[in-house]
Design a binder for this molecule. Structure first.
Ligand code: AMP
Length: 210
């Protein structure tokens, strides 16, 4: 299964990708996580992406398309994958099509902007493995510590309210048109994001199996 998770930043794509990845035994590919990793290790790509990311803007298409090409060529992608955070623009979707990658399903998780702004202020991520938590909805067993790798949980710079507003604007302008793009290909399923993570997961799994 080759799946794309669409949705605004903070709609819960990362959390859902982790769960579905485990259920279907296919890897999640998150361009955001790959870029953050590159930033941590100080690669040229990471440094190039930093200013865009910190401002809540999109990293240029050629950079992320390069990242995806390299990642999809790896062996673990042979049986399928979940794309979380890619594509985010029409040229990125076209690049994927041009690579000959045939996507089975595109799941769009819909959540209202005001809900997202509230949610993002409570989001915390593991600085070591990137797993995501929430102060109210998905608490770690021990405050501030990752359940998976015992890394420290931090708030991402781009989860601050002003940056979140900028990211939502970018989402509506650049990413939302992808709904139409994939609807025309007959691949789009829309799922209303629920307040309970498990409920959204059930809706997504049902949409994947439909
Ligand atoms: P995410 O963790 O998916 O919310 O991504 C965090 C940030 O990484 C975004 O706000 C962008 O600056 C950058 N980024 C991640 N994926 C992409 C993409 N497909 N296209 C452009 N920028 C991206």
């Amino acid at each position: 299964m080759k799946i794309i998770l669409l949705g605004a930043p903070g709609a819960g794509k990362g959390t859902q990708a982790e769960v579905i990845s485990e259920r279907l035994q296919i890897p999640t590919i998150s361009t955001g996580n790959i870029i953050r990793e590159a930033l941590k290790t100080g690669t040229e790509m990471g440094l190039k992406a930093k200013s865009f990311m910190d401002a809540g803007q999109l990293v240029p298409d050629d950079v992320v398309i390069g990242i995806i090409k390299e990642r999809l060529a790896k062996d673990d992608c042979q049986n399928g994958f979940i794309l979380d955070g890619f594509p985010r623009t029409i040229p990125q979707a076209e690049a994927l099509d041009n690579m000959g990658v045939v996507i089975d399903k595109v799941i769009d998780i819909e959540v209202k902007d005001e809900t997202i702004i509230n949610r993002m202020s409570g989001r915390r991520v593991c600085e070591k493995c990137g797993a995501s938590y929430h102060l109210e909805h998905k608490k770690p067993s021990v405050d501030g510590v990752c359940d998976k790798c015992a890394g420290t949980l931090v708030q991402r710079k781009d989860d601050h309210p002003d940056t979140v507003k900028a990211r939502l604007e970018v989402y509506h302008k650049e990413t939302e048109p992808l709904k139409d793009y994939y609807s025309k290909q007959g691949k789009l399923a829309i799922v209303e994001g629920q307040s309970e993570i498990e409920e959204t997961t059930s809706l997504i799994l049902a949409a994947i199996e439909a």
